[in-house]
Design a protein. Structure first.
Lengths: 310, 269
């Protein structure tokens, strides 16, 4: 395989469920060794895209090539080289932690002896060796997730698909998962993940697309996206209740953009401290001031809006 | 450590190997509680045989079969019990267990992300169900020989027939299970199963029914199964068993085809 050839290539990819269009003509290219992210609110079409890439959901339109093959015709051959960590853990509740790995390995045709060695390695990798003979059900959410990730690695895949790998985990568990995924990335495994955690995308992804309503609304590295769609810094001003709107009017023209939220006003500026000085010069006295660097979250909310999507 | 230096661990030996891996999973999941289920599945037909075959048989006396052959009532009922226990064993595995694995345990959602395909899952589950069904059949045949209801030679011939019956009902059950919406639907299936059990020439020769009803009965899968196994067990002559075998083979094929098609539609969303 030449390194220039993308591992995943989608052109005008569409997924429809009846009248509903979940994925509405997206173009994506994932190159070998990169960590690629799909960022978006719930219902943006991330999971539908992941299922199509995982060859368990036939595309309704457009073109999709994975590892140079057609997912509909060559499903088994492609899946043999993929590792999948679905959004909802579907571990086998009737088997132990170790058996979940060895049995899964058998689905890939891995010999029993190799499967046992591989399971031991992977249990060590995700720090579950001590729970090897436990059933799955009593494990914590973080442990189940780690086991699902270990299971996705059992066939030594070239691409690992992770659909919201850390959703619902506590901070310690999230960091452990990130650290393990980072190690995989260092080993050259191509990672494709979906997330709505900005810090996750910033930490793990070399490149990402922001999806909204089945479409791609932005694409680039986390840094480039911040530079392109936000300012360098953000000033968060809080004023006493009720007085917010009154103050907001006076801030017009300050920085690149002013966003008035129910509880605070955001100033998108190049230099936060300078902007605070200007606010003070206007004679305004906010109840609190916070100057911070712009994050992917600002980009995300700017692009996909603040309306709650369920 | 997860290293990339390992060779790619994947082989493409194809469908039989992948189906076997699905059956192998069930072997790994086999735990102590399952043995109780297994034993109850064997006891049921034996209890029927004792209570009805021998108990009621004492009141009924001997029966004259259409060919003119005279058999004891227990000898008449026993092959039917064998056929229906093959049916029950196969159905239990391919309806309840299959439905639970597909709908509640989401087991197949995990499996389809591997090279294993729906048809291979169906084949693997059916193969597994057959191992269970065959155990019931073999044990029951031992009881029949022990009670002098058939000969060892005939029992040995009846065994593959019972396995075929299991395959046919297993495939049928799996196809039916893909249409089930909730556990409530299984009540309907239970009723259908019990109706078959009572009226498939099991306790009364089908010849005793009115002509119209008799035709209906003779079209049902359990009747064909009972007919096949009873023929072997009492040593009937002629070629009518060929029809039974063909019927059961077709049922197996159609059941598997429908089941894997439906699974594909349900899983590849």
């Amino acid at each position: 395989m030449t390194t220039a050839q993308p591992l995943i290539q989608a052109r005008g990819l569409v997924k429809r469920f009846g009248d509903f269009t979940a994925v509405d003509g997206i173009d994506v290219e994932v190159r070998p060794g990169e960590a690629f992210g799909f960022l978006g609110p719930n219902g943006a079409g991330k999971s539908s895209t992941m299922r199509m890439v995982g060859c368990i959901s036939p595309p309704s339109g457009g073109e999709l090539r994975i590892l140079g093959m057609d997912p509909v015709r060559d499903g088994p051959a492609i899946r043999a080289r993929l590792g999948v960590c679905p959004q909802l853990d579907n571990l086998d509740p009737e088997l132990t932690v170790r058996e979940n790995l060895t049995t899964y390995a058998r689905y890939f045709g891995i010999p029993r002896r190799v499967a046992r060695e591989r399971a031991a390695e992977l249990l060590d990798f995700v720090q579950l060796t001590e729970r090897a003979d436990s059933k799955v059900e009593p494990l914590s959410g973080g442990m189940k997730r780690r086991l699902t990730i270990a299971r996705a690695l059992v066939n030594n895949p070239e691409i690992v698909l992770l659909d919201e790998p850390t959703t619902g985990l506590d901070p310690q568990a999230r960091h452990l998962v990130w650290e393990r995924l980072f190690r995989l990335k260092q080993q050259g495994v191509t990672l494709v993940l979906t997330t709505h955690y900005m810090d996750e995308a910033e930490q793990l992804c070399d490149r990402l697309v922001v999806m909204d309503g089945g479409r791609i609304v932005a694409e680039g590295s986390p840094r480039a996206l911040i530079e392109q769609h936000s300012t360098r810094e953000v000033v968060e001003l809080r004023f006493a209740a009720d007085s917010q709107e009154a103050f907001a009017g006076k801030l017009d023209g300050l920085g690149e953009r002013v966003e008035v939220l129910p509880d605070r006003i955001l100033l998108y500026v190049a230099d936060g401290d300078a902007a605070v000085a200007e606010v003070t010069a206007l004679g305004l006295v906010p109840a609190s001031v916070l100057v911070r660097r712009s994050s992917l979250e600002d980009v995300f909310l700017h692009l996909t809006g603040r309306t709650l999507v369920d | 450590m997860v290293g990339l230096v390992l060779p790619r661990l994947v082989s493409f030996e194809g469908a039989p190997r992948r189906s076997a891996s699905v059956a192998e999973r069930n072997l790994a999941a086999l735990k102590s509680a399952y043995w109780l289920v297994l034993i109850s599945g064997f006891l049921e037909p034996v209890l029927y045989l004792f209570s009805i075959g021998i108990g009621v048989g004492a009141l009924v006396g001997d029966l004259t079969l259409p060919g003119g052959r005279v058999v004891s009532y227990a000898g008449f009922v026993a092959p039917a019990m064998l056929a229906s226990s093959a049916m029950t064993g196969a159905l239990a595995e391919t309806t309840f267990n299959f439905f639970g694995k597909m709908k509640y345990m989401k087991l197949y959602d995990g499996i389809i992300a591997t090279p294993v395909q729906p048809f291979e899952i169906a084949l693997g589950e059916l193969g597994w169900a057959m191992i269970r069904g065959s155990l019931y059949s073999a044990a029951f045949l031992v009881v029949m020989v022990g009670m002098d209801l058939t000969s060892v030679g005939r029992a040995a011939t009846a065994f593959p027939a019972a396995v075929l019956v299991g395959f046919a009902f297993g495939a049928l059950g799996m196809a039916v299970a893909t249409f089930m919406r909730s556990w409530q639907d299984f009540d309907l299936m239970g009723s259908a199963q019990f109706t078959l059990f009572l009226f498939s020439g099991t306790f009364v020769p089908a010849e005793a029914y009115p002509a119209v009803l008799r035709w209906v009965v003779e079209l049902t899968p359990l009747y064909r199964s009972v007919h096949l196994i009873r023929g072997i067990s009492v040593g009937a002559t002629g070629w009518s068993w060929l029809l039974d075998v063909a019927y059961l083979l077709v049922l197996t094929g159609v059941g598997l085809l429908v089941a894997s098609r439906r699974m594909g539609r349900l899983l590849y969303k």
